[in-house]
Design a protein around this ligand. Structure first.
Ligand code: SAM
Length: 286
């Protein structure tokens, strides 16, 4: 199944560079079909304006819902309609429904990653710095979708009713932040998410095992152990002896201990989230 990816942006040319690299490789292999659309193609005024001043006052401009909806209706094959809902009600939905799933269900998704069936339902994704953080679990889940549609925000962001409306239409709408900082637009955030998702597509990586053993991956996810290559002694720094021993069980144990210690030091939250019943007997929960 080819994954269809639509990206809507006021700078669609930004995504041309992706064709050269990661997405180019995925497209060549027939894994994805990517189209970057210019949001301004759905405007009707001479200035092709996509933004307007914020209702209630304040600095900056906000992306207009009408332009986005004409574009999204067309790409999602939906007829325009009117919905009755309270514009403040969605704040809770955002946190509980499609986006901020509790850690437990994210873990379940990761555990079932290979068995999750591809869904025909398109997923509409808006990068947003004030949304829940995009994680490896989200990337894994989204790598099973058939159709992803990304909407890149600009200016002060997009009118909050846009995700609300499409959720009310039964669309699987997600809003994700890629980190606690503010970028100028959603283009970089979409590139980050796309790279995390497409490298998980079956057939993308030459060596499938390399994505199973990574940081943040699978149930009881840890940070990965340190990696070394040859030479064994480089500028006076030696690789740990055990890695040269040829004893695979010892090497595995050494790497596992190192991953646990490193995670404990740098990401105690991941250690807290470990399911102790699923730990190896030799794992020392610190
Ligand atoms: N006024 C918004 C705020 O304070 O939360 C910031 C808007 S930002 C300048 C414009 C757009 O960039 C956002 O709508 C979003 O699409 C994108 N963006 C910026 N930072 C992001 C982040 N950390 N994660 C995801 N998207 C981001």
């Amino acid at each position: 199944n080819i994954m269809k990816i639509d990206i809507v942006s006021v700078f669609p040319e930004y995504f041309e560079v992706l064709n050269l690299s990661l997405l180019g490789k995925a497209q060549e292999k027939g894994l994805v079909e990517v189209t970057a659309h210019n949001l301004r193609d759905w405007t009707h005024d001479v200035h092709h304006s996509v933004d307007d001043t914020p209702v209630g006052g304040g600095a900056g401009m906000v992306m207009k819902p009408e332009v986005w909806s004409e574009c999204l209706d067309e790409l999602l094959h939906l007829e325009p309609t009117t919905v009755t809902c309270d514009s403040t009600a969605d704040a809770d939905d955002t946190a509980s429904a499609d986006t901020a799933e509790p850690a437990e269900s994210a873990t379940e998704i990761a555990a079932n990653a290979d068995t999750v069936p591809a869904t025909d339902r398109p997923v509409l994704i808006f990068p947003n710095p004030s949304a829940p953080l995009f994680t490896q679990q989200d990337a894994t889940e989204l790598s099973h979708a058939n159709h992803l549609l990304f909407g890149c925000g600009r200016y002060e962001g997009y009118d909050a009713r846009i995700p609300q409306y499409y959720r009310a239409q039964g669309v699987d709408v997600r809003e994700y932040s890629i980190g606690d900082y503010v970028l100028n637009g959603g283009e970089v955030a979409v590139s980050v998410m796309l790279e995390a998702i497409t490298r998980l597509l079956p057939g993308f990586m030459g060596n499938a095992a390399s994505i199973v053993e990574e940081s943040y991956t699978g149930e009881n996810a840890l940070l990965e152990h340190r990696q070394y290559t040859k030479p064994a002694d480089w500028r006076g720094i030696k690789v740990p002896d055990v890695l040269l021993s040829g004893d695979h069980a010892k090497v595995d144990r050494f790497r596992r201990d190192e991953a646990l210690a490193k995670t404990n030091e740098l990401r105690p939250d991941l250690i807290e989230a470990l399911d102790c019943s699923k730990l190896d007997k030799a794992d020392r929960k610190t």
